[in-house]
Design a protein around this ligand. Sequence first.
Ligand SMILES: C[S@@+](CC[C@H](N)C(=O)[O-])C[C@H]1O[C@@H](n2cnc3c(N)ncnc32)[C@H](O)[C@@H]1O
Length: 704
Amino acid sequence: MSSVTLAPAEISEPANGQIKSPQVAECAIKTGGDLPATESVKRPHSPEDLTKMEGSGESVNEAAELNPDVIGANGDGVKKPRRDDRDGFHKVLEKENPRLEKYIKALGIVPEEEWETLREVLKEPLPTSFRVTGFRRDCEAVKTVINEHFLAQLQEEERKLCQEIPWYPDHLAFQINIHRRHMRKHDEFKPLRDYLISETAGGNISRQETVSMIPPVLLDVKPGHKVLDMCAAPGSKTAQIVDMLQGDISIPIPEEEAGAATSQAIDVPAVGPVLPDGLVVANDMELKRCNLLTHQIKRLQSPCVVVTNHDASQMPNICIGEADTAIQFDRVLCDVPCSGDGTIRKNLDLWRTWHPNNALALHPVQYRILRRGLEMLAVGGRLVYSTCSMNPVENEAILCRMLNETKATVELVDCSHRLPDLKRVPGLKKWSVMAGDGVLYEDAEKVPGNLKMRLRPEFFAPPNVEMLHLDRAMRVMPHFQNTGAFFIAVLHKKATLPWQKYAPLIPTRPPKAQQLNENEPLVPFAAEDPAAWASIKGFFKIQDDFPADQLFIRKTKDKSRHIYMVSKVVKEMLHSNLDRMRIVNAGVRILTRTGVMESTCAYRLAQEGLQIWMEHLHVAKITMKKDEIAAMLKKDFIQFAALSAETTKQVDEAPVGSIIVSYQKPEGDGLMFDLAAWKAASSVRCYVAKEERAHFTRLMNMDE
Ligand SMILES: C[S@@+](CC[C@H](N)C(=O)[O-])C[C@H]1O[C@@H](n2cnc3c(N)ncnc32)[C@H](O)[C@@H]1O
């Protein structure tokens, strides 16, 4: 038998001998890798909680780390560490796992001479990495603040630790080669750290692991596209997709690689009132995680996003238009749940809990999600499949299976010339599969009878592997550029899938009514309350050609407080799918009802959606000086008496009610922003969230 056997002492099956539930490691969001730097949530987990979490796909690692008692509960015989504090916990954790190390070695990706470097890197905490997000104009301003205000102030030694991620479009992402916990201890880094926390809360910066930024970049999203993010929570990749959809990141992509153009891409005119169009369906199976996703998405202020809650492998068709045709998406991201060995630098518990069976258990659901993703992709469209696992069973094996089943209708896109500054290795053409007992098998025929049910033939490279161009996929290893590990493959759908020719659409299965939309349903605002719309239209002097049918409210017993704006295609989607999809959230808040009687309009502008529809508003726009704005942001309001004569003149001319306050830097770099504000009887008040106020103050360089 030509298989490699590990020393039995190094291997231990779970006590019950069963395949353990998959661990969704990248999603262990409490570790904060992809989320604001909130420190660990201290809530107890009972064994019952753990069982529930296993079924739910929530990270078992999370539970284990929060409750040290559950560590080692899988019978691996490793002594449980006592956790006095986070750092103490890390110290006692041994970061040794011979079985895991042998598995990585057996992949044959890392040459002998690099092995020690990889080992060392795996034991180091991850660096701090983040992206600047939002509208292009704001991104440039934030980038300038980071470079000039924070990085330029560092001593040479510390400065060397900070780098722009060279392959990231528009240089909008940074990697600081020091873990955020260590950053906290360095006085030098304190201002930068405080800044990152504050801007993350305000949504202008997204904390995200460097390698996790790759899949959306290769997805090549264009303004106007319809994009499906099948496993989206907590939403860091969705956020990147939204930035691209709104034209805020430019990704030059060679024509020949982009494949046939799908019909949806639109050119965004440089001037004139434009409402962003396009659709991002951000889906996740876990409702709790959908709520996280909603929180993350809200910060992006996009009318194009709909958060849905479905099992991606059975994602219902999303119908649209009179004829109720199913949307075929221009782009699909399948960032599937995985065993997450690529996240071991942040999910430390993997050092003890990593088990080869995890990957074997996840393969079927990963395959089904990819299959459904390809079904929902338009001909000519592009799908990115990614995992934070190094394991070929979750990566190459899935691709082989799919490419063979789809015959010549789907192909791997060669991205070898893309992101030249990103170090990676091509996908494997040959691999072994590790059984639960640590034995490695090179091909399916050598698997003994008693293991055949578990080590399925589809986990191995098929005979025609050479023809499938697996070298077009990529794997990033942690020691290449001090990151986690990631696997990414780009697929192009050339023609209708073989099984779709005769049964083009999987019928939508309407979920049970009571499961649908726990929140109050979204309904068209102008149709629901024509009088209120007429008053808003009159006050803000909105033209007749404004698409009022893109405004929605939640239907509540009392009058709804907020009005949300959605893109044209989201509107169509809502009209056709409200009763057959679990829609958690959609659109961006643009107006809020106010109890103040002094204005003729019962609604005021909300800061969130201001940029989206500002061009359509003919409302007083007051340019203030920077110290006036800073004073207003500090207290929420500024008395008329404190305003300069120039500003007072403008304020006097405005009617009581909603106004826009603008800032334009007098000299040079084009910095400008607008704030949703209100003219009251004796003051001007702004409606900017606390976290955002610091952001604007800093942009004006007024934060000392
Ligand atoms: C790797 S994480 C996604 C990370 C996310 N793309 C990001 O960048 O923030 C995988 C996600 O898949 C979800 N999930 C697991 N099984 C699923 C399924 N069958 N359908 C949809 N989502 C699923 C998990 O709840 C988890 O949030």
